[in-house]
Design a protein around this ligand. Structure first.
Ligand code: AMP
Length: 445
């Protein structure tokens, strides 16, 4: 099947061809025709499946007819994070270059003034995070009564982030006769309920990939004492032949602290975490993408869905609380057919979280390094690995320096673990660089 078979306009076929896409992905094949016909849709798919184009492309054609009115957006896309909202807006720029629509991005962390000005002029597409949208709505700056198309993207992530009440409120302010599209990687009961309440006879489309599908990622687990984690990390960064790495931590404070500490040790480091301004996050991300820095310390929220090609290493400084976050994190490497290495530092207290991850991915993560039970143990020796890119010989000394300050052990916040999610098809985010991977399947119910 080609894009031309999907019923898209010539303008869109041109921009799709310019993007270099040979054929539609399974979610695009299954979702675009019913969306063009005005049907509601539940798309069970994660980032990396081409799902953004599966709603952006038909929206461009649907909204091409008609005019926008001041403060009354014609369509609304809800995204859980600023980065995802930003990426969706970039998709509108890319695919809409031959028949552009007016668009506004409503996200926290940036000045409200320009966003309000854009809204006042009238927009065809409003892309928003729920918090900022509610804020502007309550200030009377926006009316949702003219919104005929709603997209709720990454619904299960919205649930994790506590946005469902906001989404329910937003839905109740939209006209009942609208078209609604809901995308989610998993369908836990609260999302099913949301869909039942706010979607009208939806077409259900599912794209599934097994969690272990990405054979390009070599996974390692380094067992280490909590107070030796920073040493172990420095060892990995010094000894591994790596080009660049994203280091994940569970907490914003750890992200900040780690970035400072690694900088002091002579590494070329940036950070992205939820407390930073959007412009700072983008600047840091761009520095990493451009190669000005080769290490990015990140929190899950800030890093979700980021699409960087050629990341050779992912290091989990903390074992993620949610097993599917593990899969998302390691999916930052091994993209676009390249190989990558994912190393997780785990303390004895992480045993349960590791077990949950291994249950989800369906296999044990190979162990490397020092057993956690040996108190006198040195930091884990760096595992030998084959990086995906040409190794850059680090100019820094190979021998680890002495720790500059007393190592801190970070207490793991056990008190309020996030809710368990259904153990479903959760998986790597990938790209296509040619033919579709054969493990992608689609079922339309
Ligand atoms: P998404 O799931 O929307 O985050 O998309 C993941 C990646 O797939 C992005 O880098 C897109 O540019 C790319 N992509 C989307 N559709 C196609 C397609 N039909 N063929 C090849 N790549 C695609």
């Amino acid at each position: 099947m080609t894009f031309a078979d999907l019923g898209l306009s010539d303008e869109l076929l041109r921009s799709v061809a310019d993007s270099g896409y040979g054929e539609p992905t399974p979610i695009q094949r299954a979702a675009i025709p019913p969306v063009l016909m005005g049907k509601d849709l539940i798309g069970i798919a994660q980032t990396g499946t081409g799902k953004t184009a599966s709603f952006v492309l038909p929206m461009l054609d649907i909204l091409h007819q008609g005019r926008s009115r001041a403060r009354m957006p014609r369509s609304l896309i809800l995204e859980p994070t600023r980065e995802l909202a930003q990426q969706v807006s970039e998709n509108f720029d890319k695919y809409g270059k031959y028949h552009p629509l007016s668009m506004a991005l409503l996200i926290g962390g940036v000045q409200m003034g320009d966003q309000v000005k854009a809204l006042e002029k009238g927009v065809d597409v409003l892309i928003a995070t729920p918090g900022r949208l509610m804020d502007l709505f309550q200030r009377g700056k926006i009316l949702l009564t003219g919104c005929e198309l709603l997209v709720i993207d990454e619904a299960d992530r919205m649930l994790d982030m506590g946005f469902i009440p906001d989404i329910e409120e937003i839905c109740s302010k939209l006209p009942k006769s609208r078209q609604t599209l809901l995308f989610s990687a998993t369908m836990p009961p609260p999302i099913q309920k949301l869909a039942q309440k706010f979607l009208n006879d939806p077409k259900r489309v599912e794209v599934a990939r097994p969690a272990t599908a990405n054979v390009n990622i070599e996974q390692r687990l380094v067992e280490v004492r909590g107070d030796k984690k920073k040493d172990a990390l420095r060892d990995i960064l010094r000894h591994e032949e790596f080009r660049n790495a994203i280091i994940f931590s569970n907490r914003k404070t750890t992200v900040r602290e780690l970035a400072t500490s690694l900088k002091r040790s002579g590494f070329s480091v940036g950070q992205i975490q939820g407390d930073m301004d959007q412009s700072d996050r983008i600047a840091e991300f761009d520095r990493f993408k451009e190669g000005d820095i080769n290490i990015l310390v990140a929190s899950d929220v800030a890093a979700r869905g980021l699409d960087v090609k050629g990341v050779s290493h992912v290091v989990n400084f903390d074992v993620p609380w949610q097993p599917d976050d593990y899969v998302h994190r390691i999916g930052r490497t091994g993209r676009a057919g390249m190989t990558g290495i994912a190393i997780t530092l785990a303390t004895r207290e992480d045993a349960e979280a590791v077990q949950r991850i291994e249950k989800l991915i369906g296999h044990k993560i190979p162990r490397a390094g020092t057993p956690a039970k040996e108190p006198e143990a040195q930091p884990a020796p760096a595992p030998k690995a084959e990086a995906n890119a040409k190794p850059k010989t680090p100019s820094r000394a190979k021998k680890p320096k002495a720790v500059e300050h007393a190592p801190k052990v970070e207490p793991i916040e056990q008190a309020a673990p996030p809710p368990e999610r259904s153990p479903v098809v959760e998986d790597m985010e990938g790209d296509w660089n040619g033919p579709l991977p054969s493990f992608l399947s689609v079922s339309a119910v």
